[in-house]
Design a protein around this ligand. Structure first.
Ligand SMILES: [Cu+2]
Length: 212
């Protein structure tokens, strides 16, 4: 009986520890792991903003825990790129027809696209807070050395964000453009419609993709 109990205990311990260990190992070295739902957004350039940025965003979701992996090519080098999950719109990316006239030039501001993708629900920051309150936390977004974003972080989504992702109503938007090609965020389009202290180039969408 003691032997049987011993075996039972060992088996029980293995049953408890092995899945956790396996999950932790997977989380470190491969994207996602069994039991996580996977959603992907193909990020396409917002061409009316003279962007050629493109890439992929993948979210592995388990309850509210999200591993968010984003790769983007061809964004303005060495400048912060705000990136968000937008919800509450049509769950789509805007088209060039949604663009407005800003400082006399045709471009798509963040607000021009709101009907399509909705408002910011999640700020995909490099550290700290990920709520809408960090939407323009420019010191906590990727800065694209070599013009590329390579982002990988696991954090908790809000219930609203998780619900929207699962409902097909969440859109990943990467911001920050170089409309006039001068290598920096300048005043060519005037001030941002999100924050008058920022140039509009710093906040206009550069790439966008609905999570599916
Ligand atoms: Cu955004």
């Amino acid at each position: 009986m003691r032997v049987i109990r011993g075996i039972t205990h060992a088996a029980l311990a293995a049953a408890v520890t092995l899945p956790l260990g396996a999950a932790a190992a997977h989380a470190d070295d491969v994207p996602g792991y069994p039991g996580m739902e996977e959603y992907t957004a193909v990020l396409e350039p917002v061409t009316v903003n003279r962007s050629q940025a493109s890439g992929t965003a993948t979210i592995w979701l388990d309850g509210l825990t999200a591993r968010v992996r984003i790769t983007v090519d061809d964004v303005l080098v060495d400048h912060p790129h705000a990136q968000h999950i937008h919800i509450g719109g049509r769950g789509e990316c805007p088209t060039d027809y949604d663009a407005g006239i800003h400082n006399g030039k045709r471009a798509l501001s963040t607000l021009d696209g709101v009907d399509a993708y909705g408002g910011v629900e999640t700020s995909i920051t490099t550290e700290g807070d990920t709520s809408a309150a960090s939407a323009l936390a420019v010191d906590r977004f990727p800065t694209a050395p070599d013009g590329m974003i390579d982002y990988d972080r696991t954090f908790e989504l809000s219930q609203a964000a998780a619900d929207a992702v699962r409902a097909g109503n969440a859109v990943v938007v990467i911001h920050g453009i170089d409309y006039d090609g001068d290598g920096t965020y300048g005043d060519v389009l005037g001030a941002s419609d999100l924050d008058p202290n920022l140039p509009m180039e710093a906040t206009n969408p550069t790439a966008c993709g609905p999570l599916r």
